[in-house]
Ligand binder design. Structure first.
Ligand code: AMP
Length: 283
């Protein structure tokens, strides 16, 4: 596994792979890797000839009040996991390499980034679209792999690629969960034992809404109430949102008469957690 820290090295490697006809898969991450991240690399292996991962805690997607400095950094363990997963290249730059002095160009996020996470975290998606567009240029891959865990992020990146004619194929991979249902996240390591138990409220609330939907309930507000009740019962500390939305536009959906997604953001202690599940009529 080749490990590079310079933009020029990552570009050269990728262009060399493309020149000999290899399909290259890109797996962007912020490190602190878990089985969810590794599932993206594994999916890449099934489609691509070579896989490149990036580890970069992107400062532009964190607000000043957020956990940029505290964000877990576990580079040695991450590299071991990527090597074991058969990744070919890891790009792990310093912030100055990605944002050198004088950097001043940003990608304005699409409309689908305006609600939910975009409302709770102003400027977050501008940081995401900017860094992802940069990574697509630094590692000009044929395919890029993202997780459904960050549902709105995947929708934002898809819309950006469509709107900007980015020549890359996106693959959105299923959420990897702990055996008890908790969606894997780098931030789960912040949780105490008690908080870890209460964090199960998110996946339980989604399961409750899903079950109710499967039994015939299609009323959006009713399903939202079911999620709010389950979150309250699990004693999460703050519910930021628990909504039923159109799976494509993420607009609120009063009745599920088309593909929908249930999305939750909640805090347990100081840790902000997100989770979601698709609700597809006729499935
Ligand atoms: P992050 O390091 O949090 O920026 O995540 C990097 C990529 O891994 C993103 O595309 C995430 O959606 C994806 N990811 C994070 N957690 C999971 C999970 N539990 N299952 C599947 N993909 C995930």
């Amino acid at each position: 596994m080749k490990i590079v820290k310079l933009v020029s090295e990552a570009q050269r490697w990728t262009l060399d792979q493309r020149a000999v006809g290899n399909r290259v898969g890109l797996v962007p991450t912020m490190g602190a890797l878990h089985a969810g991240h590794i599932s993206l690399a594994q999916r890449s292996h099934t489609i691509c000839d070579r896989t490149a991962a990036t580890i970069f805690v992107n400062p532009t997607q964190f607000a000043p009040s957020e956990d940029l400095d505290k964000y877990p950094r576990t580079l040695d363990a991450d590299l071991e996991k990527l090597e074991a997963a058969g990744v070919d290249l890891v790009f792990t730059p310093e912030p100055n390499e990605v944002y050198p002095p004088g950097f001043s160009t940003y990608v304005s996020p699409p409309a689908v980034g305006g609600t939910l996470e975009g409302a709770s975290r102003p400027d977050h998606f501008r940081g995401v679209t900017t860094v992802v567009m940069k990574l697509f240029n630094i590692v000009p891959a044929t395919h890029a792999f993202f997780g459904q865990k960050d549902y709105q992020q995947a929708a934002v990146i898809s819309a950006m690629c469509r709107d900007m004619n980015v020549p890359i194929q996106l693959e959105i991979c299923p959420i990897v969960r702990e055996p008890d249902g908790l969606a894997m996240s780098s931030r789960n390591r912040y949780l105490s034992d008690d908080q870890r138990q209460r964090a199960l409220g998110l996946s339980r609330a989604l399961k409750a809404a899903e079950q109710q939907f499967r039994s015939g309930e299609t009323d959006g507000p009713q399903l939202e109430q079911t999620m709010l009740d389950a979150l309250a019962e699990a004693k999460v500390d703050t519910i930021e949102y628990a909504v039923i939305a159109d799976a494509i536009t993420l607009e609120p959906l009063p009745t599920i008469d088309r593909p929908a997604v249930a999305l939750i953001a909640a805090r347990v202690g100081a840790t902000r957690l997100i989770d979601n599940t698709l609700l597809t009529p006729g499935n």
